[in-house]
Write a protein that binds this ligand. Structure first.
Ligand code: ZN
Length: 344
């Protein structure tokens, strides 16, 4: 089969790899119908050290079940399913608590051991705990929105939950990528009254407004902090969704949070320490978050996508086939595209 392999920064190839196949009785085998490129795939795209064997890429996908192991109960051959970006058993202490990204027996797609979603097929470990059946046909118009449940919509929702977004509150979103944009959707869905998007790209700002952003802040650094203060009567935001993971974005997030406020961070941290320790301490700001347990949110968010109340699929502004994946990485890295969907 063919799949996407990254060999080093800027070096993404689509090539022949060993066919995905069942290994364990709890596995399912999927033929991928849709997948996408993630903002987090751009970190290795910028920095990965060259390796001989490369690593398989892709952790957001929808597929049709081709075969299941003897112990799989919840999905069967022919089912259309969505996979979250981490696989999990659904039964351990942390899964029962709704924290499937900490599953005692789970893990993440791709790398050197597992198949990735940016390929023709995937072996899914622990299929019963991991996969969720979709009640639509593979060519349904809702497919882009349902695909975002594998990561970005669930991740934006997680940021909003960890930032304690709620009715009547002000939410500020740092990061105008697909996750930040889904954070706008999530903040609105959870009842935020004022939604401030920090962003500078015209196409992303336009989409943020359509998703429910009430204010746009395009300044950077201290000027951005000042602008948010002005928009919040000098108090700061109750809830800050940190959707980037860089030092600058974290400094901004802490600076615009009001005393007693909360920051939900879902951007993969690129630094070892959290900056602004002193100011966050003196403001009694809660800093929470991590890899979103999107598996916990799929059932909750799916009806809103199915019934058109939210349209997170609009974050996809480019569609490619598998051969176009390397150029899709380039386009996202160059900010030509917000998010690239792969159709098989
Ligand atoms: Zn578990």
């Amino acid at each position: 089969m063919r799949a996407t392999v990254m060999y080093g920064a800027g070096d993404v190839r689509v090539e022949n790899v060993p066919d995905a196949r069942l290994k364990e009785p709890t596995d399912a085998l999927l033929t991928i119908t849709r997948a996408c490129i993630c903002g987090s795939d751009l970190w290795p795209y910028k920095t990965m050290e060259r390796t001989e064997e490369g690593q398989r890429m892709g952790h957001e996908f929808i597929g049709i079940v081709d075969a299941v192991g003897k112990e799989v109960r919840t999905v069967k051959r022919g089912d259309l399913v969505v996979a979250p970006f981490a696989w999990s058993d659904g039964t351990c202490e942390f899964c029962r608590q709704g924290l499937q990204t900490s599953c005692l027996h789970g893990g993440f797609w791709g790398g050197t051991e597992l198949d990735g979603g940016q390929g023709e097929a995937v072996r899914v470990p622990l299929a019963d705990g991991t996969l969720v059946k979709l009640p639509v046909a593979p060519d349904d118009a809702l497919m882009p929105g349902l695909l975002t449940l594998s990561d970005v919509m669930g991740t934006g929702h997680h940021a909003a939950l960890r930032a304690n977004v709620g009715p009547g509150k002000t939410a500020a979103i740092v990061g105008d990528g697909a996750v930040g944009l889904c954070g706008v959707i999530a903040a609105k869905r959870l009842g935020a009254e004022q939604i401030i998007m920090l962003g500078r790209h015209a196409d992303r700002i336009a989409l943020a407004k359509e998703f429910g952003a009430t204010d746009i802040v395009s300044e950077r650094g201290e000027a951005a902090v000042e602008r948010v203060r002005e928009l919040t009567n000098g108090l700061g935001a109750h809830s800050v969704l940190e959707c980037v993971g860089l030092e600058d974005s974290t400094v901004t997030a802490v600076s615009i949070a009001r005393p007693g406020g909360a920051i939900g961070r879902v951007g993969l941290p690129q630094e070892d320490t959290i900056p602004e320790a002193g100011s966050s301490f003196f403001k009694n700001v809660t800093i929470a978050g991590g890899p979103a347990p999107v598996r916990a949110y799929i059932e909750e968010l799916m009806p809103d996508v199915m019934e058109g109340r939210i349209e997170p699929g609009r974050v996809f502004d480019r569609v490619t086939d598998l051969d176009g994946v390397p150029d899709g990485y380039r386009a996202m890295n160059d900010r030509e595209s917000i998010k690239v969907m792969i159709e098989f």
